[in-house]
Design a protein around this ligand. Structure first.
Ligand code: FES
Length: 352
């Protein structure tokens, strides 16, 4: 039903400003301002039952938001910090983080959705045109502001009362320190933890998909395999923290195609292992082009040449990907021959 189908006497009164001003073409402004289109009434404007329905929807959304906020508080108080749950398709995550995120998300979403529904269906939808006005204040107003400022400075006697002025500057300079002290609440400094990963001499490379230790024959030419250190279990508490530093990608190249001498020495039968964490801002790299031996970070398209020490050939990354030196153990499994020799991940960590 549109407002054209309703008898005139049943329509709510139009407000004067609803249609805006209509301009007239003249020599200076050859294009007339057509003004705003005629106002169309919504169903809620002409049918009280529809308006009541909208009101109930808005109230329901706000009520759900209240319940979600109560759920947030309960989750914060009741769920143990270390409880993990499985959520498809994310995997194992902290139960508390999940509950807090979900309830807060629902609470905020319902407030937003309720406000939007309220505005779209029940608040006045008359369009109002407001002509622009100059942003700059008139010259006399600006002159008065300058005068008032000078007068205020004179009356405060800051120039004469140096003791007050100096102590005030001291107080203003010190007060931000209380905010700086609160930074202590962010927890202990990371120390050298960011410089080291779980990789160590003798640690086997385990396939991230099959959870099995890798042998050289498992890595085919042209394939990209992701690996983690042996002993790092997906359900363990430290998994996310450690895999964020230790994730590896493994590629087999023809040894003759490896241009970088150190890369060749650190490889095993053409198998090279590089950090999977992009040196730009730390996205996981996942795209491999086997003809060119390039890997591409999907976040900002940094491209690394795996046949040449994983140097950056395109994009914003500032450093080559760190390489892990590998070999095989007595049972024929691929193993690390030490940790990375430089910090993995974003290049803003000063490299030592
Ligand atoms: S994080 Fe990889 S290019 Fe930005």
């Amino acid at each position: 039903m549109s407002s054209q189908d309703i008898p005139e006497e049943n329509l709510p009164a139009e407000q004067d400003h609803a249609h805006g001003a209509v301009g007239i073409a003249d020599e200076e402004n050859p294009f007339a301002d057509p003004g705003l289109p005629p106002h169309e009434h919504r169903i809620q404007d002409i049918d009280e039952r529809a308006a009541k329905r909208s009101e109930r929807v808005v109230a329901l959304l706000f009520t759900v938001s209240m319940l979600a906020t109560i759920g947030f508080i309960v989750a914060y108080l009741a769920i143990p910090n270390d409880k993990q749950i499985f959520v498809f398709p994310i995997g194992h995550i902290s139960a508390m983080n999940f509950a807090l995120g979900l309830t807060l998300g629902v609470a905020l979403f319902c407030i937003g959705a309720g406000a939007v529904h309220w505005a779209r269906t029940l608040m006045s939808d008359a369009e109002i045109a407001d002509d622009r006005h100059p942003i700059e204040a008139p010259a006399d107003v600006r002159a008065k502001v300058h005068d008032d400022f000078r007068q205020g400075a004179k009356e405060s006697a800051l120039g004469r009362r140096k003791l007050i002025r100096n102590t005030m500057f001291g107080a203003l300079a010190l007060v931000p320190l209380s905010g700086a002290m609160l930074l202590g609440g962010l927890g202990p400094a990371p120390g050298t933890k960011l410089r080291h990963t779980l990789w160590a001499k003798g640690k086997r490379l385990v396939n991230m998909n099959t959870n099995q230790p890798l042998r050289p024959e498992d890595v085919a030419v042209g394939s990209l395999t992701f690996a983690k250190p042996d002993g790092l279990e997906e359900h363990s508490e430290e998994f996310q923290t450690e895999i964020a530093k230790a994730a590896l990608m493994i590629v087999r190249l023809q040894p003759g195609n490896i241009k970088d001498k150190r890369e060749l020495e650190w490889s095993h039968e053409g198998i090279v292992a590089y950090s999977k964490i992009c040196t730009h801002v730390g996205c996981p790299i996942s795209l491999y082009e086997q003809q060119t031996h390039h890997v591409l970070c999907p976040c900002h398209q940094s491209t690394f040449d795996l046949s040449d020490g994983a140097r950056v050939i395109f994009g914003p990354a500032g450093h080559a990907l760190p390489q892990l030196r590998i070999g095989v153990d007595s049972e024929g499994y691929l193993q690390a021959l030490g940790d990375f020799e430089e910090p993995v991940g974003p290049a803003f960590w000063e490299r030592g």
